[in-house]
Design a protein around this ligand. Structure first.
Ligand code: A3P
Length: 288
């Protein structure tokens, strides 16, 4: 199916209409945040599910039940998705945990008034592209990626769900109220998960001793998360997400783009990146 059939244009960016109905988008627009809410914000395929495992474990002091009782989409729900309206989020005790793929400028009015805590996870866009290319082929609510070169152009032009990676990252890097936002990358978590856990815990004002940190880091290893039925999307029916084509928790590494992009594609990617990111001062750790 085409973009027109599968996507809604909301605040100028494409979103899958199946998940993001007018009712859910209206619910989000009118949502009332609390100052101690924690929001995981990502461009899709940047490490959302990983952070949805990490944050509940940190907040619960490493209690496995925090990630074994509810599926990730109910545990740390996406505010823009239909099911958020049915989860009684208003009744949840503080601190509540949410997820969103919205760019900064798309956030609803209450966000700017209340200034809840944000953990913004970034990932090397070449790996985001690679992960997306596989994922788009599995999900019936997304436009099939088609040939890789065609999808590459769409990705770099922002004609994919949640718009341009460049706009997304720049919007959250340039966001106001920086003290309420922790910027962290997928690659930092790959390089040193325990150090990343310490940074996240400090931001969330939770103290973690060495034993609990070790326990959380172990649970959040790719191979262990893959076994968690509440995080590996195995509960999603095959007609919506066909994991026989590509698993949701697919490879879990940094640099897989080297196995995916041709030399010419990587060069084209770099030229677009250089141009779009020329004003960005943030020092990313990834190997571009
Ligand atoms: P790959 O497709 O490259 O394997 P999101 O949750 O934002 O949709 O991102 C999904 C990507 O994060 C997938 O990347 C997935 O494998 C990876 N991921 C999820 N959990 C992970 C973990 N514990 N360690 C490393 N990567 C993880």
């Amino acid at each position: 199916m085409t973009e027109a059939e599968l996507y809604t244009l909301h605040k100028g960016v494409y979103m899958p209409s199946y998940l993001h109905t007018p009712k859910s988008l209206e619910y989000y627009e009118e949502f009332t945040f609390r100052p101690d809410d924690i929001i995981i914000v990502t461009y899709p395929k940047s490490g959302t599910t990983w952070m949805q495992e990490i944050v509940p474990l940190i907040m619960s002091g490493g209690d496995p039940a925090s990630v074994e009782t509810l599926p990730n989409w109910e545990r740390v729900p996406w505010l823009e998705e239909t099911h958020a309206c049915n989860f009684n989020l208003e009744q949840r005790p503080s601190p509540r945990m949410f997820t969103t793929h919205f760019q900064y400028n798309m956030m609803p009015p209450s966000f700017f008034e209340v200034k809840p805590k944000v953990i913004y996870v970034m990932r090397n866009p070449k790996d985001v592209f690679t992960s997306s290319f596989h994922y788009y082929g599995t999900a019936s609510f997304l436009v099939n990626p088609g040939p890789q070169i065609k999808f590459l152009h769409k990705f770099l032009d922002g004609k994919v769900m949640f718009g341009s990676w460049f706009d997304h990252v720049k919007s959250w890097l340039n966001a106001e109220d920086k003290e309420c936002i922790l910027h962290i990358s997928y690659e930092e978590m790959i390089m040193d998960l325990k150090d990343s856990l310490a940074r996240i815990a400090q931001f969330l004002q939770k103290s973690l001793d060495a034993e609990v940190t070790e326990k959380i880091a172990d649970r959040c290893l790719f191979k262990n998360m893959k076994q968690n039925k509440m995080s590996n999307y195995s509960a999603v029916p095959r007609e919506f997400m066909d994991q026989t084509k590509s698993e949701f928790l697919r490879k879990g590494i940094a640099g897989d783009w080297k196995n995916q992009l041709t030399v010419a594609e990587a060069e084209y990617f770099e030229s677009v990146y250089k141009n779009k990111m020329k004003d960005v001062k943030y020092k990313f750790v990834w190997d571009f």
